[in-house]
Design a protein around this ligand. Structure first.
Ligand code: F6P
Length: 363
């Protein structure tokens, strides 16, 4: 039977457990053997007890749990070629040449790189006597399938990444809670949300929470935003609104690339109105806790498809990324998704994201 490894890598996200559960059970159902690679790629680099066979009941009772029961890490050793070679040795020694990776952009890029390097590592490991000629011959390629686990929703290839919906619910609940105290005191709150370079959580939580203003990495405000912000908040108050809610994405910046922070916004408001706005940085509260129903079923459906894809892979099948498009499970070549994601991130970093979107629309 095929031996499939499953790992979660990078920042954890609600729904990763649902994906692990679906992968383990779908693999067993299909007659494959399935192994957890604990602590992400670090577990492959270190080997030993980090690579453990999983049975049906090892994933019982985890569907509704946040985080990832098999652990995750942002693995430094895996960025190094020597670390990746150790991972190849440990995987081959366990007979594993199929790996399903649940992680973000960085983890998936690293996984595709490992696949590309695999034959060279095999040759070296054979030369150094770390693996036998039989092992080398029976594991000529690494099959990779990726699922995107990240609350940021920052990857091409899926309409939603695993964890985003849960994080959005958490943020919306927090905004609701903040609104009630803000209304009581007629206060302004600045709420910082996660998302790295992606403004999805900030934009959608601003809409869902009825915020007054949102700062997004993709849409740097024009110079003079401080005056416009204060004027807009004043108009809200004049119209009878008792609270003011400003959402700032952690990656927000102005048109010159200078970060726009919660403190900077607080200061801008204080200088113009004298009001001491309160700051709430939601931080990792957004990433922890129970997954939403959407994240549970979406991760389950994608996990099952990941097993289908990996068991159908042939020697020359490129790695694929499994996600959802228009409410259906979909897949595309992993490297294509990684490249397009990088392109968008570059546009945001260089401040020309909107032009790029407009040019694409026009084309
Ligand atoms: O990628 C997920 C994320 O939560 C980002 O939104 C955030 O910038 C980052 O991870 C925080 O990373 P860490 O958990 O390593 O502090």
């Amino acid at each position: 039977p095929s031996r499939i490894g499953v790992l979660t890598s990078g920042g954890d996200a609600q729904g990763m457990n649902a994906a692990v559960r679906a992968i383990v059970r779908a693999a067993i159902h299909r007659g494959a053997e399935v192994f957890a690679i604990r602590e992400g790629w670090l577990g492959a680099v270190e080997g030993g007890a980090n690579i453990a066979r999983m049975g049906w009941s090892d994933v019982s009772g985890i569907l509704n749990k946040g985080g990832t029961i098999i652990g995750t890490a942002r693995c430094v050793a895996f960025r190094d070629e020597g670390g990746r070679r150790r991972a190849v040795r440990n995987l081959i020694q366990q007979g594993i040449d199929h790996v399903i990776v649940i992680g973000g952009d960085g983890s998936l890029t690293g996984s595709a790189l490992l696949r590309a390097e695999w034959p060279a590592h095999v040759e070296q490991l054979l030369g150094s006597g770390d693996i036998t000629p039989e092992q080398a011959e029976s594991h000529p390629v690494l099959h990779i399938v990726g699922l995107v686990g990240s609350i940021d929703n920052d990857m091409v290839g899926t309409d939603m990444t695993i964890g985003t919906d849960s994080a959005l619910h958490r943020i919306t609940e927090a905004i609701d809670a903040i609104s009630s105290t803000a209304e009581s005191h007629q206060r302004t709150f600045i709420v910082e949300v996660m998302g790295r370079n992606c403004g999805y959580l900030a934009l959608m939580s601003a809409v869902a929470g009825g915020a007054d203003y949102a700062f997004l990495p993709e849409v740097p405000p024009r110079d003079g935003w401080e005056d416009r912000l204060v004027e807009l908040l004043a108009r809200g108050r004049a119209a009878g609104r008792r609270d003011s809610i400003v959402i700032v994405a952690e990656g927000a910046a102005d048109r010159h690339g200078s970060p726009i922070t919660a403190q900077g916004i607080q200061q801008a408001i204080a200088e113009r109105t004298g009001e001491a706005a309160r700051i709430t940085i939601l931080g990792h509260v957004q990433r922890g806790g129970r997954p939403s129903a959407y994240d549970r079923w979406m991760a389950t459906a994608c996990g099952v498809e990941a097993v289908n894809q990996i068991l159908a892979a042939e020697a020359d099948t490129e790695p694929v990324l499994v996600g959802v498009r228009r409410d259906a499970v979909a897949w595309q070549p992993l490297l294509e998704a990684v490249d397009e994601t990088r392109g968008i991130a570059d546009h945001i970093r260089n401040g020309n994201y909107l032009q790029a979107v407009q040019a694409r629309g026009a084309g």
